[in-house]
Design a protein around this ligand. Structure first.
Ligand code: NI
Length: 459
């Protein structure tokens, strides 16, 4: 073989080929040296964590039921915050409270040096009146936007807090063996602050949650009713969509309904704009790259059948998974709306407010931690899923530090998937056996990340 091979080249060519091969080998080696080889907790620590996870399940259920029975609206998580702060202090960790209104941060310094890992749980409930007849169903009432309403943990945030308290308790017990620091971030107002108020992840960042000590990486989860119990689901890059509010004001000219030629009809112009917007996604966006949604959810104009009004107001929502595509979609919306209006002699004022960024899972981090998720959930139980067009304000943390966000299956095992009430509804419920899967996942991600083995860099 070898002889045959060399006879194919003249001496000079052979020499240069060898030099090239040497170069390739060298650069591969340099690349390898900068890479993480594996990330796995030591077997002795893992065995302890597994045992303690089993033991903590009744407490997870107890905490979750307490939070479920005592839900509080966004930026009003007063009792919730106090309960969490008390619990974290009892574990002997440094506690920052309150932060970002009602938020709590617990800092656990491990016995050995290592990275700073942020783990986040959201705390707020929703203005939904619970219809479940559980013994711990919510009877709480409050005022939302001037209206009397029931309050309910109808999104599973009660479970998120219970899971993170469980992780905090277990890691505290193993403090001396931890390589690095864990920040337990209990975040208020994930669902959005009341009008005129700041809140949520962006306010936590503004108030310094990612500093002192500086957070290197963030992990977060959401219980998900459409994912089967016992499984976790994730994907690299855009997992959940960005959300932008769209407002368009179309100004025309009013007239008698019998003489449309005297008018510039804003209702007809708005209809053309709505149809025009639909072609942005279907005809002008490269959908093989990522999905996109433009929905016009409300259109208000006119008061009487025979009066052509002066203006129309359109409101909509935009969902994208890619920052570049998001910008392109915005530009095209502005062009489409203003030019269609112009062609009819009307004007269109376009306002786009960027609300939530894409929940973007760092691809290298996701690749590195995927085996940890699989170990936590069991073989074959960590699944890569299609992107979800809902949003999550964990995305603000991911704009600052690499982060991995994933779903934990929570639908009751004895219900069929299509019968499962969705999040944000009066019948929403979780199967509490999902809590332990959440604890295992966050524990495994944390201690595996602390035990990453890398070859030292050459330079
Ligand atoms: Ni939620």
């Amino acid at each position: 073989m070898r002889t045959q091979f060399t006879t194919m080249f003249s001496v000079g060519e052979e020499f240069s080929t060898l030099t090239k091969m040497k170069k390739i080998t060298l650069s591969a080696l340099v690349l390898l040296q900068a890479c993480v080889l594996w990330a796995q907790t030591s077997p002795s620590l893992q065995a302890k964590l597994d045992q303690q996870t089993k033991e903590i399940e009744p407490r997870l259920i107890e905490w979750r039921r307490y939070f479920h029975q005592n839900p509080e609206l966004s930026n009003r998580e007063v009792k919730t915050g106090a309960k969490i702060a008390e619990q974290l202090r009892a574990l002997g960790m440094e506690v920052q409270y309150p932060i970002a209104k009602t938020g709590v941060v617990g800092i656990l310094k491990g016995g050995k040096p290592g990275p700073v890992i942020g783990l986040r749980a959201d705390m707020d409930a929703l203005p939904v009146t619970e219809r479940n007849s559980l013994p711990f169903a919510s009877k709480v009432k409050d005022n939302f936007n001037g209206m009397e309403t029931g309050v309910m943990h109808a999104c599973g945030h009660d479970g998120h807090m219970s899971i993170l308290l469980g992780v905090a308790e277990i890691l505290s017990k193993n403090k001396s063996e931890l390589k690095g620091t864990v920040k337990f971030i209990f975040q208020p107002s994930e669902e959005g602050a009341p009008p005129g108020e700041e809140g949520g992840a962006s306010l936590m960042i503004k108030e310094g949650v990612l500093e002192n000590p500086k957070v290197d990486v963030m992990f977060g989860l959401h219980l998900q009713s459409l994912v089967p119990l016992g499984t976790v689901a994730y994907k690299p890059e855009g997992l959940m969509a960005s959300v932008d509010n769209l407002n368009i004001k179309v100004k025309g000219r009013g007239a008698h309904g019998a003489t449309p030629w005297d008018s510039v009809d804003p209702i007809v112009v708005s209809s053309q704009i709505i149809l025009g917007l639909q072609t942005i996604v279907s005809r002008q966006t490269e959908l093989t790259k990522a999905a996109a949604v433009i929905t016009v959810g409300s259109m208000h104009s006119g008061i009487r059948r025979n009066i052509i009004p002066e203006e129309a107001i359109l409101e909509g929502t935009i969902r994208t998974f890619d920052a570049e595509m998001q910008k392109k979609v915005h530009d095209k919306i502005r062009t489409t709306a203003t030019r269609i209006a112009e062609s009819a002699g009307a004007t269109a004022e376009v306002g786009i407010d960027i609300l939530y960024p894409v929940t973007y899972n760092d691809p290298a981090l996701t690749r590195e931690m995927a085996p940890s998720l699989e170990r936590a959930a069991g073989k074959g139980n960590a699944k890569v899923i299609a992107p979800v067009t809902m949003a999550e304000d964990f995305s603000f943390f991911q704009q600052k530090v690499p982060g991995l966000f994933f779903f934990v299956g929570a639908y009751p095992a004895d219900m069929n998937l299509t019968a499962q009430p969705t999040h944000h509804t009066a019948d929403f419920m979780i199967d509490e056996r999902c809590l332990i899967v959440g604890v295992k996942s966050l524990l495994t991600l944390t201690t595996d990340y602390m035990n990453r083995t890398t070859l030292p860099k050459t330079k």
